[in-house]
Ligand binder design. Structure first.
Ligand SMILES: [Zn+2]
Length: 508
């Protein structure tokens, strides 16, 4: 296809464009031969946004008043699950429609297996104009694998306040090495650098450039990997405007970093929950506890919640922008996350083997083009259902590789809820081309959730362990039932063991 660019072209374009977006020369012309009667699709992901901390889903702090207002016009999925518990597996599941043990992007910053490089949502929408952006480096690793199926790839650096495009202009031929070289020589992220003079100069340049903006952020500027500062307004505004310009129909995937750590809300939101009367439930330490005290966890939860309040405001701005441009009349708009965040049982963030609700249960809202009424879905659903659903809604065939099913309100056949399995997988310390031997996997079926652990040192003499919860009557997962509901636990454990075994077959 003439409107595609390969990785080499992409790097060449990227090295030339330090400020302007990277647009393949043939891209603008592509619209004429695309079918315009098809509806657009836009997926908006906010990284590490737990449903647990969203007021719309019952959280006691009013973290998302705008989302609650907009939800009256959306299909709201109340029991929606990420495919994994951190960015790499969670996003790869969103983008490929399969679980982590299938796509195998399981370690930090992994890509999917080679045979999945052409099995992404971008590939499936090959008659659409496809545009992708992510603040998060781990997502960009995946984008680079899917680059042949992207008409427009907006580089991560595009919305950094101090644009590292300078690196590419100077060392354009070898971006990866140059970035490392630049970081070692100039940046003092790890407390030292090779060139004291250059690093002082760089810091001065950077600080001058961001000083005015920094005064708007009492906890410090939002950033990616230490000092790549950004403000959400800028990326929201530019990408929102861009959607009005690009050929239709488009398929967009925008992945914003907030509320991922470091939690840095704008001054309008910083302090909103500081010192309030909300007291989170204290839960017993988990097998995978990191030894964090409740006091520590409650302290960090506050800026996280305030950062959610910030992105709620920004998402509403994007929504209003798209609505006033008339784009929402022709666009399926999806609001979701790649995984959640934990502030309980001695565990903080999402670098954990645990799969408790706050780290796997994420928001999902689907806004239908031109529709003003809302709808609630309580059946368990998965991130891997999104790709087949969007393909179905836009008249595409669902590819054979997809593991998910069409989401309940849009499916033409009703799935028996006792047969519907929703799973999530964590296997970050396994070599992807070997059988997975150390992992956590979750299975949600009707009101039960089973978490299966295998191969961890923490398990001691046991090689595996299953935890069972009735998440309908016990949504906080305080009563572990595997010894009381032995039959259910063993049946659900068997389902997971079998699926894990199947996923390992090609690697034995
Ligand atoms: Zn993430």
């Amino acid at each position: 296809m003439t409107n595609r660019i390969n990785r080499r072209d992409f790097l060449k374009l990227a090295s030339l464009a330090s400020l302007g977006m990277v647009i393949p020369p043939s891209a603008r012309a592509a619209g004429s031969r695309l079918q315009t009667e098809k509806k657009n699709v836009l997926i908006v992901v906010f990284d590490a946004l737990s449903a647990h901390n969203i007021s719309l889903y019952g959280y006691q702090r009013e973290t998302m008043p705008n989302l609650a207002r907009l939800a009256k016009r959306a299909t709201v999925f109340h029991n929606h699950y990420a495919g994994g518990n951190y960015t790499t597996p969670g996003t790869a599941s969103l983008l490929t429609g399969v679980l982590p043990w299938t796509h195998r992007a399981i370690r930090f910053n992994d890509g999917v297996r080679d045979n999945f490089a052409q099995k992404s949502i971008f590939h499936a929408f090959d008659d659409y104009y496809r545009i992708g952006y992510s603040h998060n480096t781990l997502v960009n690793t995946l984008f680079k694998q899917f680059i042949d199926d992207l008409n427009e790839y907006v580089p991560q650096e595009e919305f950094f306040l101090v644009n590292d495009g300078l690196i590419r202009n100077v060392f354009g031929n070898d971006e990866d090495t140059a970035t490392v070289g630049w970081a070692r020589t100039i940046k003092r992220a790890e407390g030292y650098s090779y060139s004291l003079f250059l690093s002082l100069l760089y810091e001065k340049y950077r600080d001058n450039k961001v000083a005015d903006t920094a005064s708007l952020y009492p906890y410090g500027l939002p950033s990616v990997n230490n000092d790549n500062f950004f403000v959400l307004d800028q990326s929201i505004d530019t990408l929102g405007d861009r959607l009005a310009e690009i050929p239709k129909p488009f398929m967009g995937y925008f992945h914003f970093l907030p509320p991922h750590y470091p939690y840095k809300p704008h001054k309008d939101f910083a302090g909103a929950f500081t010192g309030d009367s909300f007291k989170p439930l204290s839960k017993p330490d988990d097998l995978f506890t990191e030894g964090r005290s409740d006091e520590f966890l409650d302290k960090w939860r506050v800026p996280y919640d305030e950062f959610i309040l910030d992105l709620d405001h920004q998402f509403a701005r994007l929504f209003d922008k798209l609505e006033s441009a008339g784009i929402l009349d022709d666009t399926w708009l999806v609001f979701t996350s790649d995984h959640g965040e934990l502030f309980e049982r001695g565990i903080w963030t999402h670098s954990t083997a645990a799969l408790y609700q706050p780290v796997v249960r994420v928001p999902l809202l689907v806004f239908e083009p031109g529709v003003q009424t809302g709808h609630d879905v309580y059946d368990p659903t998965s991130a891997i259902d999104l790709m087949p659903t969007l393909l179905h809604l836009t008249g595409h065939d669902i590819p054979a590789w997809a593991e998910g099913t069409i989401l309940p309100p849009y499916a033409t056949t009703v799935i028996d809820p006792s047969k519907k399995s929703v799973m999530a997988v964590q296997a970050r310390y396994n070599e992807p081309t070997f059988p997975i031997t150390e992992a956590s996997a979750m299975l949600v079926r009707e009101n039960y959730k089973l978490v299966y652990y295998t191969g961890y040192r923490e398990l001691g003499a046991d090689s595996e362990r299953s935890l069972l919860f009735d998440i309908k009557s016990d949504p906080e997962e305080l009563n572990e039932l595997s010894q009381i509901k032995k039959e259910t636990a063993s049946e659900m454990t068997d389902i997971i063991r079998k699926r894990l075994e199947e996923s390992n077959k090609p690697y034995r």
